[in-house]
Design a protein around this ligand. Structure first.
Ligand SMILES: Nc1nc2c(ncn2[C@@H]2O[C@H](COP(=O)(O)OP(=O)(O)OP(=O)(O)O)[C@@H](O)[C@H]2O)c(=O)[nH]1
Length: 500
């Protein structure tokens, strides 16, 4: 036998011994491992799940900050007394680097037109003034003039050539009981920004099923009632709110995808049936409000502005029953439930965002008014747009575009809103003013020690929130006065002291 084959047989015998023998080989006798130190599959899995895979990966510099000793392993955060400023400046922050091309490139957008109008979903720095906004105005009068020039409704601004037509889709709706009666809350998505705008629809007649022949059509979302996929189930439709009547454990009826046609038919039927009596003309058009988000006013109950009160008052006014006087000696008078909608737009702080609004409040505490404070921060006095609101209105059958949809009455003092709606083809047949409650109810004899006017003893809590009463205070007076005197709101000024 050849010596090398003997050597091989010995090695093989040792290997066999190691694998099968009763005694495990010691470190001295063990043969070098022949298997791979790391499983290639494991390596592939690890490399496939780098920081680009998930936004919640630890390499994002979120709380707790990476590279802080406290962030390693479990640590008692109750002991944290703040990061040492010196170590913070030395600490090199890890940054998240996207491997995708910039969104602008991926969407094939032209980079030459900056500004909000391009409606790219907002980045976290959106609230910071851009360089062109940082330009200081020489005088307030000039700035206000400029604001009137630049804050036209979005529809009148030059449309971005690469933007697809605006689309909105109602993703879900549900019944919400409120102090003013039930409403349907609708959540909308759109292809212009990454915000969830909402519609609060008041139409309690819907609870009794399909519209009665002598009643106005239901206010329903076309996109919600549409068929979303051939695979959608009845439960899918019910879960997203595409039902008629009222849901209960024992009753649920899905809406028909052709709801659009049904409601159009119902509207035609309604109008022709009542042309003779004139009843259809006697029923007022739905009352709507376009409302802009105000976290401080609506959630915290801030008395710096009247936003919480306006949202509450709008739902209350829209929910008021409608009395239809008798049209002839043959017909009796009627009372219909209130109908309409509040379109709730996520354009906090008149479009400048919550962060900037909070900074503006500090400037207001230094004595500046709401308009000047915005301008000092490099913003316009009002940066809102109403294109999405109009698309939502049309989806709800409120808009009367191309002969479809109803005319509307609009609750506002803001002439810009009426102009914006009309630019978009929404037919506004009446502007209904919103008089501040405190102006309507203020009577020095009634003011209690916290400055609240007890207009209704049953509604004393949460003064500026839903279901609240009337409040007034120095900040609110100043804000309301500025709206009338500087922002052109159509409201007869009520002042305790006009010199203030
Ligand atoms: N920048 C800024 N925004 C504010 C201030 N106070 C309220 N807002 C925002 O203003 C918006 C409400 O606008 P208003 O001017 O009160 O009312 P309007 O909607 O223009 O007009 P109406 O329809 O008559 O109520 C909300 O987005 C609030 O967050 C403020 O002091 N500064």
């Amino acid at each position: 036998m050849h010596p090398s084959s003997i050597y091989n047989s010995e090695a093989d015998a040792a290997l066999l011994d190691m694998l099968t023998g009763p005694d495990r080989p010691t470190a001295k006798t063990i043969l070098p491992r022949r298997d791979a130190a790391l499983d290639p599959l494991l390596i592939a899995a690890v490399s496939a799940s780098g920081p680009h895979v998930t936004r919640n990966h630890y390499q994002h510099d979120f709380f707790p900050g990476v590279m802080l000793p406290q962030s390693e392993g479990s640590w008692d955060w109750t002991k944290f007394t703040g990061e040492d400023a010196s170590t913070k400046s030395e600490r090199k922050r890890l940054t998240y680097v996207s491997r995708q091309a910039p969104r602008r490139q991926r969407l094939g957008l032209d980079d030459t037109q900056g500004g909000k109008e391009n409606a790219i979903p907002l980045s976290p720095t959106e609230n910071l003034p851009t360089s062109h906004q940082k330009k200081r105005r020489s005088s307030l009068a000039q700035a206000i003039e400029e604001r009137h020039r630049t804050t036209q409704p979005e529809s009148t601004r030059p449309a971005h050539k690469s933007l697809p037509p605006l689309e909105v889709k109602c993703m879900a709706r549900t019944r919400i009981p409120t102090p003013h009666g039930p409403v349907f809350l609708h959540i909308y998505h759109n292809n212009r920004d990454n915000k969830e705008h909402m519609a609060i629809v008041v139409d309690s007649a819907q609870f009794s099923g399909l519209p009665a022949p002598d009643a106005p059509p239901h206010i329903r979302s076309r996109t919600l009632d549409a068929v979303w996929s051939e695979h959608e189930t009845e439960m899918d439709r019910i879960t997203r709110g595409a039902y008629v009547g009222r849901l209960s454990p024992t009753s649920h009826m899905t809406s028909q995808p052709s709801e659009d046609l049904v409601s159009l038919h119902a509207r035609d039927h309604f109008h022709s049936a009542h042309q003779v009596t004139g009843l259809s003309d006697a029923i007022p058009s739905p009352l709507i409000r376009i409302h802009s988000e105000c976290f401080t006013g609506e959630t915290v109950g801030s008395m710096r502005c009247d936003c919480g009160e306006q949202l509450d008052e709008a739902i209350r006014l829209i929910s008021q029953p409608i009395s239809i006087p008798s049209q002839s000696s043959f017909t009796a008078s009627k009372t219909l439930p209130g109908r309409g909608a509040v379109i709730y737009l996520r354009q906090e702080g008149r479009g400048i965002g919550l962060l900037s609004k909070i900074r503006a409040y500090n400037l207001q505490d230094l004595g500046h008014d709401t308009v000047t404070a915005n301008l000092m921060l490099g913003h316009q006095a009002d940066e809102r747009g109403y294109e999405i609101a109009c698309a939502v209105l049309r989806d709800l059958g409120l808009g009367n575009l191309d002969g479809t949809g109803e005319n509307v009455r609009v609750l506002t003092n803001n002439p810009d809103k009426v102009d914006a709606l009309e630019e978009e083809g929404i037919r506004v047949v009446e502007r209904v003013p919103m008089i501040p409650r405190s102006w309507k109810t203020r009577n020095p004899q009634l003011v209690d020690h916290v400055g609240r006017v007890p207009i209704d003893d049953t509604r004393v809590a949460g003064a500026t929130l839903i279901g609240g009463g009337a409040v007034h205070g120095e900040d609110l007076d100043k804000y309301l006065r500025t709206k009338v005197l500087k922002m052109g709101h159509i409201l007869p000024l009520w002042l305790d002291n006009p010199e203030q």
